[in-house]
Design a protein around this ligand. Structure first.
Ligand SMILES: Nc1ncnc2c1ncn2[C@@H]1O[C@H](COP(=O)(O)OP(=O)(O)O)[C@@H](O)[C@H]1O
Ligand SMILES: [Mg+2]
Length: 206
């Protein structure tokens, strides 16, 4: 497959980085931004681009996701990762362009569909990362004791592999933390949804 590639674009001193950015986001509209990145997409398009500084530790997660070969519905589908190195020798000016599937913000979706407590879900992820608890135990006890409602239960019912996928997700997140100087940043702004209700961990590191 030619997809899932990481490429580096080295600019010479005469090339304006803004030119690269405006070319990349041609025909696209602003969708949203966080502390580190801005996301653009074509109206009604099924993919988006996320542009951020190479100082954003998210990049180590994006690289792990692109390199990963085990299918996992919790991982965002990244079709292309371009690292743009500017000609001016300043690392902080380097940036990335990630092309990924378009997803739905949890809060937008939640107004219509999600009846449960989103914070329960987020603390589940946090527990799995911070406590020394195997993911399987964390998922089981949370599901039974708190009764994670809504999407997560449906997800669990449809996909018996969910525990395996969550453990795998946690391994990828932990690996990304170790290979950067970042820390986990798991909250409801960094988890999004596919149109089928699948939760996707978009931005777990900062
Ligand atoms: N795949 C996507 N599809 C649609 N919107 C997205 C996507 N990824 C991110 N966004 C929007 O852009 C915002 C910032 O993206 P995020 O990945 O959280 O970057 P940051 O590092 O800036 O927090 C998100 O809150 C979300 O609204
Ligand atoms: Mg974010």
């Amino acid at each position: 497959m030619a997809r899932n590639r990481i490429t580096t674009l080295q600019l010479d001193e005469d090339t304006d980085p803004d030119e690269i950015i405006s070319r990349a986001r041609k025909g696209m509209k602003y969708i949203g931004e966080g502390a580190f990145a801005t996301v653009y997409g074509k109206p009604r398009g099924t993919s988006v681009i996320k542009i951020g500084s190479m100082g954003d530790n998210y990049i180590s997660y994006a690289k792990e996701v692109v390199k990963n070969k085990t299918p996992n519905p919790f991982l965002p589908k990244i079709s292309k990762l371009t690292i743009v190195k500017t000609g001016n020798d300043c690392y902080r000016d380097d940036f990335y362009i990630v092309e990924m599937e378009r997803l739905i913000p949890l809060y937008d979706y939640s107004k219509r569909m999600y009846k449960g407590n989103i914070d329960d879900l987020m603390s589940l992820f946090s527990d799995m990362l911070e406590e020394d608890v195997p993911a399987r135990v964390a998922v089981k006890s949370r599901t039974m004791e708190i009764g994670l409602p809504g999407i997560f239960k449906v997800n669990l019912a449809i996909k018996p592999n969910v525990v395996k996928h969550l453990s795998h997700l946690v391994r990828i997140i932990n690996r990304s933390v170790r290979s950067s100087d970042g820390s986990t940043d798991i909250h409801s702004g960094n988890v999004m949804l596919r149109s089928n209700g699948q939760l996707v961990m978009t931005d777990p590191i900062s």
